[in-house]
Structures are given as structure tokens and as C-alpha cells.
Design a protein around this ligand. Structure first.
Ligand code: ATP
Ligand code: MG
Ligand code: MG
Ligand code: MG
Length: 461
């Protein structure tokens, strides 16, 4: 079944207007990337923009959770259900229906359209939400409804903005997947999988952290397409589904080594990250040493490091692009259009990192020999500065070894470098050159790694 289409059709039949996915880079300075289906509707929820003629909408929104309040970058490669890029299906009520209908629609979709077995479904509500619990009892046995606290059942887009208590639907993937407390709802394990979040949008949090009631209580829901597809295909991991296996198989072809789930985290990281890198580049974010472009660079470098672990010694990520375009170009035609340029961009960026990765990893391994529990902040800084290893990449490598990092020293060295950079550009007298130089220094630091090729020239201004 085509889950995306089934979802949008279902909500259209319930009077919702289908709305196209908004760009990944939101029109919102408080947010790094679009991280949920509600983001493009934020100003309608807050009342800044009038409610459209039809107060019901439905969408399939592309999302990136790599940085900011919702950051799943570190989860990729470790859990079966997280991606940095994913598609979120949602239905929205702008001051129209509220809890009663939202719950009834969700239950109908899950049990009748998706036809998931009722005996495997569980729901959670916020610990204070008697109303939601009472509504759910009309649909599901009382002992299948759990009350959880703010961590799991209070949803917010970011530190500020619309938010509210929520109610989530989980599927029990079987007692054989129960390995301990992490498998309970809200944990990181595999037994209970969260598939859908129904947010009862009632408040707006301001910059002081205070909650103010929204003009009209509204509904925002989010269901992860990849999770539902995996469940429908009977797979325990999203990565085993038809959305990811062709990408993993392409990596297998390129490296010529078989993939096994138990030892295949690197394949999964690559399969995840290529989607994110492709979508961000195709939508116009470029590799950079700051802001969103630096998140993009970190994701690419993390994937390249995993490729290196698999045995790649030269650029390979760009060769996977066509596979993703085959899978997703139909839904997102701009991918096919931009693919030739994006492949080039990825290849250049890969080349740049491949030039220093080997020496960086050698330095890292050398330092490991001197490390008991905490890895040296100086070496982490050198890895960053000379070899282009983003801090989170080093942290990722340390996590694999169960080691910590002296982040205080790393931060101090970063600050010192920034100060030196500031001091160095003072007073050259030429406003134009000074401006360029300042930007470069702020971006790259005084002696920092700036890659090879074009940028090396620029850094010598
Ligand atoms: P989790 O607890 O599994 O991290 P979440 O509670 O952070 O999920 P929500 O913010 O409630 O997720 O997002 C709504 C839905 O989007 C989730 O129920 C899930 O189906 C999907 N989803 C969230 N994060 C991801 C992700 N990183 N990758 C894939 N799907 C996701
Ligand atoms: Mg999460
Ligand atoms: Mg959750
Ligand atoms: Mg959730």
C-alpha cells in the first residue's frame, strides 16, 4: 500500500485540504530546519495569520532533525527508528475540531485503513489529561492507555512557539523484542514503537518560557512515514524497509562487502545521511563552516567517516544519489532536476574530507593509546582545526569506544582561536578587505582547516 497517498486521501475524505511540503529551511529564524509537519502552519496557530477558508489541512512534510531542540543525528546508526531526514504525515485543525475528532480519525485510520491489529496498539496521554483518556476509552481498553509526563507527552516545536499536551499511538512489536526498561514507551528500544503523535495545541511559549493560551485550541498531528511503512512491511527496523534497502544495497554494490544488520550500522548511517544531504543541497543549502551549512557538512563528514570504516578510500556518496532519486524523485521532482549539480557538490566535499581523514584517524588512534576515560580536548581541537573533524564526529568516534571528552579544554581553545582571529583583523584600514577577511576568520579561524582547492586560495587574502 502507498501509505503517503492513503493518508492524504483519508484526510481529504474528512474535509482536509492537502497542502504541499514546505521547504526544509523554514521561514523562521528560531528554527534550524523544518522539524515537524506543523512548522509551516505555526503562524496560523498563533493567530498572526488568519485561518484559511478551510480550517482543516493535511500534508506530508519533509523534516530534518539534526540540531536544535529535536536532534536525532546521534541516534542514527544506533536506533531502528530514527532518521535525520524523514517524512511526517499530518492532519491539522486550526480552531476547528479538537480532541474528540482527532482521536476518532486517528483510530479509524490506524485500525481500518492501515488495518494494524488492535490487540497490538497502545496509547499514551499526558498525566494531567483526563479528557483525552476518557475519549480514548471509547475506542481502546482502559489498560492500554498509559499516562506519561512532560518529557513524552508535552510537545513543542522549539524553545518558543505553539505547544501543548499530546497523545501518542504505539505498536507492540512483540515480547521477543523486550530487552529491558529502554523498551518501554518513551524509551529507545524496539518493543513499543511510537508511530503517531496527536498534539492538542493549546499554548504558545514565549521567550521567557511562559505558556499563554492560543486564541483557539487546535490540532496538530505527526506520523512518521518510514515507521509506518516498516510496520506495514513487517519489518522491525525502518532500515529493513523498501524505503532504505535499495540504498543499503547500492552501498553493498559499491564496496563489494555483504550487509548484515548486526554489524551494519555504518551502512545505515550512510543510507540515512545521503537522503538528508541530497534534500538539503537540492533545496539550496550549501556546505559551509557555519549555521545550517555546517550541519550539512557535519552530516556528510559523518557519512564519509562511516564509509571509511567500511573500506572506502575515495568519494562514494555521490554515487548513491541516483538510487535515492529513483526512490523519491517521483514524489519530489526537484531531486531529479538538481541531481547532476548535487552530485558534483557532494563529490567535491567528499574529496576535501578524504584528503585529511586518514591522518585524522591516525592521530585519533594514537591519542586513544594515552586515554583512560577522557579524551584530550587539545587533540579534539587539533582534529577539528587541522583535519576538519567536526566536534560531534570526534564525540561519535569516542562514543563507540565508551569514552568521554574534555570538552572544557576544546571550548577554551575554540574561544582563544576566535579571539586571536578578531585581534588579527583589527585595523587593516581597508573596509572591504577587512570585511571579507573577518568573515573568513570567523568562519574558518586563524590556522584552521579550510579544505583544499578553491578555499585555500581564498584564505590567503
Ligand atoms: P521518538 O520518541 O521516537 O524520538 P518523537 O516523540 O521525538 O519520536 P514526535 O516529535 O512526536 O517524535 O514526531 C511525530 C512522529 O514523527 C513520531 O511519532 C514518529 O513517527 C516520527 N518521527 C519523529 N522523529 C523521527 C525521526 N528522527 N525519524 C523518523 N521518524 C520520526
Ligand atoms: Mg525524538
Ligand atoms: Mg517520543
Ligand atoms: Mg512523540
Amino acid at each position: 500500500m502507498d501509505v503517503r497517498e492513503a493518508y492524504l486521501k483519508f484526510f481529504e475524505s474528512k474535509g482536509h485540504t492537502p497542502v504541499a511540503s514546505a521547504p526544509l529551511v523554514p521561514d523562521d529564524a528560531t528554527l534550524l530546519f523544518n522539524n515537524a509537519g506543523m512548522v509551516p502552519f505555526k503562524t496560523i496557530f498563533t493567530g498572526e495569520v488568519p485561518v484559511p477558508e478551510n480550517p482543516r489541512a493535511t500534508s506530508c512534510q519533509t523534516c530534518v532533525r539534526a540540531g536544535g531542540k529535536h536532534n536525532d543525528l546521534e541516534n542514527v546508526g544506533h536506533t531502528a527508528r530514527h532518521h535525520t531526514f524523514f517524512e511526517m504525515l499530518g492532519n491539522f485543525s486550526f480552531g476547528d475540531y479538537f480532541k474528540e475528532e482527532a482521536i476518532a480519525y486517528a483510530w479509524e485510520f490506524v485500525t481500518e485503513v492501515l488495518a494494524l491489529p488492535k490487540e497490538k496498539l497502545w496509547v499514551t496521554v499526558h498525566e494531567s489529561d483526563d479528557e483525552a483518556e476518557a475519549i480514548w476509552q471509547k475506542h481502546i481498553a482502559a489498560d492500554r492507555i498509559m499516562r506519561l509526563g512532560d518529557k513524552d507527552n508535552f510537545w513543542q516545536m522549539g524553545d518558543t512557539g505553539p505547544c501543548g499536551p499530546c497523545s501518542e499511538i504505539f505498536i507492540d512489536q512483540g515480547a521477543e523484542h523486550f530487552n529491558g526498561p529502554e523498551d518501554y514507551m518513551g524509551g529507545d528500544g524496539d518493543r513499543f514503537l511510537e508511530i503517531w503523535n496527536l498534539v492538542f495545541m493549546q499554548y504558545e511559549r514565549n521567550a521567557k518560557g511562559e505558556l499563554n493560551p492560543l486564541p483557539k485550541p487546535s490540532i496538530d498531528t505527526g506520523m512518521g512515514l518510514e515507521r509506518v511503512v516498516a510496520v506495514k512491511e513487517g519489518k522491525l527496523s525502518n532500515y529493513d524497509s523498501s524505503l532504505f534497502m535499495p540504498i543499503i544495497n547500492k552501498v553493498v554494490d559499491l564496496i563489494g562487502k555483504p550487509y548484515e544488520y548486526a554489524t551494519g550500522a555504518s551502512y545505515r548511517v550512510i543510507a540515512d545521511h545521503i537522503r538528508t544531504v541530497l534534500f538539503l543541497l537540492a533545496q539550496g543549502t550549501n556546505f559551509s563552516n557555519e549555521g545550517r551549512g555546517y550541519v550539512l557538512r557535519r552530516i556528510l563528514r559523518r557519512a564519509v567517516r562511516h564509509g571509511y570504516l567500511l573500506g572506502f578510500t575515495k568519494p562514494f556518496m555521490h554515487e548513491i544519489v541516483d538510487t535515492v532519486v529513483e526512490l523519491m524523485g517521483h514524489q519530489y521532482p526537484y531531486l531529479s532536476e538538481k541531481a547532476p549539480v548535487v552530485k558534483e557538490q557532494i563529490m567535491l566535499e567528499e574529496e576535501r574530507f578524504f584528503k585529511t581523514i586518514e591522518d585524522g584517524i591516525a592521530l585519533f588512534s594514537e591519542e586513544l593509546k594515552n586515554t583512560k576515560d577522557v579524551f584530550s580536548g587539545e587533540t579534539a581541537f587539533k582534529l577539528y582545526d587541522t583535519f576538519g573533524f567536526p566536534l560531534d564526529l570526534t564525540e561519535d568516534m569516542l562514543r563507540e569506544k565508551g569514552l568521554g571528552l574534555d570538552t572544557a579544554t576544546f571550548e577554551r581553545l575554540m574561544t582563544e582561536q576566535r579571539e586571536r582571529a578578531k585581534a588579527a583583523w583589527k585595523g587593516s584600514g581597508d573596509a572591504h578587505v577587512e570585511g571579507d577577511f573577518k568573515t573568513l576568520l570567523e568562519q574558518f579561524g586563524e590556522n584552521s582547516f579550510v579544505g583544499y582547492g578553491r578555499m585555500t586560495g581564498e584564505s590567503k587574502i
